[in-house]
Write a protein that binds this ligand. Structure first.
Ligand code: SAM
Ligand code: SF4
Length: 331
């Protein structure tokens, strides 16, 4: 039986309860992942200022949002990141804060992030080959530095550390087994994400990734673990060269699986616009409302209306040409 719905809770047009906010803190990034960041310099729009972010989070919390993920662009590029985290932490109603990062700054920031209130980390890493990493994410991406950051995060003691890998055909599908073993050895959970059409590259469907894992020595069996978002999990084991490892593996089948069925998320992109659906074009310029002096009730009303207009599922495969680059939306 589902929980009785609080009459004030945020629901979308399909009756899905929205309790998870993904907040993009910047559309700048020190990496240039081909599937995420368009070529050329970063946009230099006005990101939401710290007090604007704090106010929006308070309004969302009043509407029933309980979990906030801070993302970007690269959120660790924001000089006021720790203060932003503390503001979110201090917001009544917010129960958990997660952060998604490319890992570049974690070596120095991991402990401070935990102390400020982040309890869950997702770190993106598509390959264990330094040269391939340069090709995928640009020359600034250093495998050594990301691994140092991951180790610092695992030492710091976050409730969960996940390793996000976007699987791109012809690029890294032969590494899914090694990435899984690497994550398990560290104490992290590997997750494989289907490429979404925000840039070049060809996706590898989740069903095929599972077959590749089996072929690369990872035996998988069903598991019911769910996280905050759309990932489903399987339990895996591997027994190679005398080393026995086991753990969960997450899958986000954004293009071929039921990514939308249990959608519980709403996004605010780096330019301060509300995005009811990652794969839609509809936006509400929350930043403009805030800067024009709109009341909390007006802003809450616009948020509710936008979510009521949300479609049952994304149409990314048909609309690819009209999508905002992922770097601005935050994934
Ligand atoms: N810079 C941070 C990072 O890389 O983790 C946070 C922002 S990034 C946009 C968030 C997530 O979106 C990353 O895990 C990234 O791999 C994923 N992503 C970006 N573009 C994507 C695409 N076209 N398809 C699937 N996932 C994508
Ligand atoms: Fe930057 Fe993250 Fe996008 Fe890569 S995926 S370009 S690290 S925002």
């Amino acid at each position: 039986m589902s929980e009785p719905l609080d009459p004030g809770a945020l629901v979308d047009g399909q009756g899905r309860r929205i309790a998870y906010l993904r907040l993009s803190l910047t559309d700048r990034c020190n990496f240039r992942c081909s599937y995420c960041a368009p070529a050329g310099p970063d946009r230099s729009g006005d990101p939401l200022a710290r007090p604007e972010l704090a106010r929006l989070v308070r309004i969302f919390a009043g509407l029933g949002v309980r979990r906030v993920r801070l993302t970007g662009g690269e959120p660790t590029l924001r000089p006021d990141l720790l203060d932003v985290v503390r503001d979110v932490r201090a917001t009544p109603g917010i129960e958990e804060i997660a952060l998604t990062t490319n890992g570049h700054a974690l070596g120095t920031l991991a402990e401070a992030l935990l102390a400020a209130g982040v309890s869950r980390l997702n770190v993106s890493l598509d390959t264990l080959d330094p040269e391939r990493l340069h090709r995928i994410a640009g020359r600034a991406a250093s495998l050594e530095r990301i691994v140092t950051g991951l180790r610092a995060a695992l030492r710091a003691g976050f409730a969960s550390v996940k390793l996000n890998t976007v699987v791109v055909r012809g690029e890294n599908e032969h590494e899914v087994g090694d990435l899984t073993r690497f994550a398990w050895r560290l104490g992290a959970t590997p997750r494989f994400i289907e490429l979404m059409p925000f840039g070049p590259g060809s996706p590898v469907p989740t069903a095929e990734v599972k077959a590749l894992l089996a072929g690369q020595g990872i035996a998988l069996e069903a598991d019911a673990t769910r996280g905050w978002g759309p990932a489903h999990h399987m339990r895996g084991t591997t027994d190679a060269a005398g080393e026995r490892l086991a753990g969960l593996v997450g899958f986000i089948g954004a293009m071929t699986e039921g990514f939308c069925e249990s959608c519980n998320r709403v996004r605010v992109s780096a330019d301060g616009s509300l995005r009811a659906c990652l794969g839609g074009r509809d936006r509400v310029a929350l930043a403009e409302l805030v800067r024009a002096g709109a009341s909390d009730a007006d802003i809450a009303g616009r948020i509710r209306a936008a979510l009521l207009a949300k479609r049952d599922r994304h149409h990314m495969a048909d609309d690819a040409g009209g999508l905002l680059p992922m770097i601005g939306t935050g994934g």
